[in-house]
Design a protein. Structure first.
Length: 91
C-alpha cells in the first residue's frame, strides 16, 4: 500500500535519525515527506520506532494510507516523481 509519512521533528538529532530510518521504507519526496510502498508489518515497525524514539510532546508524525484509486488521483506540480512511477523492490 502506498503510504505518505509527514513529520515535524524539533530536535536535529531525532530528525536525522528518523530520516535515516524512513529511507529504508521509501522515497523522500520533500523535506519532511516520505512516500512509501509498504505492507502492514513495515507500518507497524514505523509506528513502533516513532513511539520509542520521538518526543510526543514536541514532535509530530502523520501517516496517511492511500488506496490504489486515490494514488492515481495525485496531482504533481513541479519537479519530481510519483511513487507509482518508480521501479524498485524492497528486499
Amino acid at each position: 500500500m502506498i503510504t505518505l509519512i509527514t513529520y515535524d521533528i524539533t530536535d536535529p538529532k531525532r530528525l536525522n535519525n528518523l530520516r535515516g530510518f524512513l529511507k529504508e521504507f521509501g522515497l523522500r519526496t520533500q523535506k519532511s515527506v516520505f512516500e512509501c510502498d509498504i505492507d502492514d508489518i513495515a507500518l507497524k515497525r514505523i509506528r513502533a520506532y516513532c513511539r520509542e524514539n520521538l518526543d510526543i510532546a514536541k514532535d509530530s508524525v502523520r501517516i496517511y494510507k492511500l488506496c490504489n484509486r486515490c494514488i492515481n488521483k495525485v496531482v504533481l506540480s513541479g519537479t519530481g516523481l510519483k511513487v507509482t512511477q518508480l521501479d524498485y523492490m524492497i528486499v
